[in-house]
Write a protein that binds this ligand. Sequence first.
Ligand SMILES: Nc1nc2c(ncn2[C@@H]2O[C@H](COP(=O)(O)OP(=O)(O)OP(=O)(O)O)[C@@H](O)[C@H]2O)c(=O)[nH]1
Ligand SMILES: [Mg+2]
Length: 383
Amino acid sequence: MAWRVVHLKFEGALIMNSSRQGAGLLKIGIVGLGQTGKTTLFSILTRAQRGRLAAKADAQIGVVHVPDARLDRLAEMYHPKKTVYASIEYVDTPGSVIELARSGTEAAALREMDALAHVVRAFENPVVPHESGEVDPQRDIENVELELMLSDLAVVEKRLERLDKDLKKQKTPTLEKEQSALAKARQALERQQPLREVGFSAEEERLLKGFTFFSLKPMVYVLNLGEKDAERTRATEDLAAQAGLKQRSRTAVTAISGQVEAELAELEGAEARELMASYGLQESAVTRLIRSSYRLLGLISFFTVGEDECRAWTLSEGATALEAAGEIHSDIQKGFIRAEVVRYEDLIAAGSLAEARNHGTLRLEGKEYRVRDGEIVHFRHSG
Ligand SMILES: Nc1nc2c(ncn2[C@@H]2O[C@H](COP(=O)(O)OP(=O)(O)OP(=O)(O)O)[C@@H](O)[C@H]2O)c(=O)[nH]1
Ligand SMILES: [Mg+2]
């Protein structure tokens, strides 16, 4: 049998696994009310990684890689020709999300997102008046959430009406299950509970998935702080608590100061570190936001290493070695024989895969093995 360590030369052959929507990169829509700093955030995110920006007609789309110190360390070890980070796609949306959710085509585009990043204005700026006068993050969060829930409710009711008619003609268990999942969704929405907080069963989630409900999407709140607050390390915590965002499921909160970060994105190395230190920041907002999006979506990374390429791959938590192989290429998945797996810490400690094998920290795993975050995987496959 021909054993072969895979040399990874495939470009962009991302095969999505079941828990993600659609095919291609993970998409996060940057939404919010008008003039809250969405475009400012988008350009900070993408400018920090120049040259990866692709413009589309209306929406602005940018592919941003996920910073990962472990991959940096692996690259130091292997000196590969190429180092490839995991990526996320961010989409800037123009104007108020309330308008977007009410219009057919734009709402449909928004529904394709895997998650939403809601930019909430917490900065005062006399030059840029707030749509509703006073700056009030909690009010804005509630208004936007309400609008998204109303939009979901309209979808639920339309489908329930249709189901009612169909079920009168013929009862099937599948339709009945869908009806009861939707009824549960309607109840939640009527008491103004976002669907992500309902705690549906896995089967209900599966039945509801196709509706791409806004309020079922993971949500990261990005509080856009004023320059004064950027220095207050507890400002995010305080605001999150005030706005009732703490301990909500599938919800993350992060804060940026658009102004400060825009300055930061222009700087490099020591100068950037100095500016961050002067605001008491540990890492840039870009890194924080990307990290929290990744965590929020229940994603992990596994790595492949070699002299040609060191690369981080994205996987849903709990995915199997066979699914991991599929992320790389369908041929590797089809010809899957075994996965050689080693923990990141063990590989670093051993210094090389060969040494890890000698130390017994390199394991052979089968198709059903559940890959864990930070593992280095080599696939043995036939063909
Ligand atoms: N003082 C201050 N002003 C900011 C900050 N972030 C954004 N702004 C200003 O607010 C205005 C709106 O920012 P944008 O990033 O264009 O906001 P937007 O949400 O994309 O706006 P629309 O797409 O028109 O809805 C601009 O004039 C920014 O300079 C901030 O952190 N502090
Ligand atoms: Mg904008």
